[in-house]
Design a protein around this ligand. Structure first.
Ligand code: ATP
Length: 219
């Protein structure tokens, strides 16, 4: 399965954000998107999910133009930057709604074992984010869009998610964006930088220095 995000044009009023984007994401690969604050990464994922209507877009799956928003097809799971888990339902039930189990989750994320029958409001901000990321990544779907899954998460669990993403990509298209660029470099098979409103395919990490995204690369 191949997802192509093509010809995206987005402005908010007279504020020009994206133009001429082309991103190709495939099942079996993780596609990373990097870019400075405000370059339009979150807007791009919202456009792919279908929540944001740009001035122009072409979304293709296996070459077939998708005229309807992808979220209608239930093919896509989207970790956005806003809270999405209902507050009034016990978390174990939320997991069941996603066809997942709390028991499997705590076997990977041990520190959650202390919660016996938690609701989302019992958790810290980072813990909520861990749950949301787990649900979006691990539940069924062909396409997973992850907007800043690593921010606010303790390093051991960032490593855990990198491990899970590498497993899940075998049967999913995964598109990920985050400012933790070292982790994005680690987990991604294909990489794009959004700069000057457009997408630039990155083949060598040294290009990130050439394009002024970072001053130097970690040794
Ligand atoms: N609803 C909106 N109305 C007007 N401007 C918006 C709206 N949403 C986003 N923007 C602007 O569009 C630009 C891109 O925002 P977006 O959140 O997509 O960037 P980003 O690359 O994800 O940023 P960050 O890395 O800081 O999260 C920003 O300048 C932002 O202020």
């Amino acid at each position: 399965m191949i997802l192509e995000i093509d010809n995206i044009e987005l402005s908010y009023g007279d504020k020009f954000i994206l133009n001429g984007i082309y991103i190709k994401a495939e099942k079996g690969k993780v596609t990373g998107i990097l870019g400075r604050n405000g370059c339009g990464k979150s807007s791009l994922l919202k456009i792919v999910f279908g929540h944001l209507k740009p001035q122009n877009k072409l979304i293709r799956i296996d070459g077939k133009h998708q005229s309807k928003p992808l979220y209608l097809s239930k093919k896509v799971k989207y970790l956005s930057q806003i809270d999405t888990i209902p507050k009034n339902i016990p978390l174990k039930r939320v997991f069941r709604l996603f066809d997942l189990t709390w028991e499997n989750f705590v076997s990977e994320f041990e520190t959650f074992r202390k919660y016996k029958n938690p609701h989302i409001y019992d958790l810290s901000g980072g813990e909520k984010r861990i749950i949301e990321t787990y649900l979006m990544l691990m539940s069924s779907g062909d396409i997973v869009l992850l907007d800043e899954p690593f921010s606010n998460i303790t390093p051991l669990y960032v490593e855990k998610f990198i491990e899970l993403i590498k497993k899940e990509k075998a049967h999913k298209i995964i598109i990920i964006t985050d400012h933790m660029y070292r982790q994005i470099l680690t987990v991604s098979n294909e990489l794009y930088l959004i700069k000057d409103n457009t997408s630039i395919p990155i083949k060598e990490s040294s290009q990130l220095v050439d394009y002024g995204y970072v001053n130097y690369l970690p040794t």
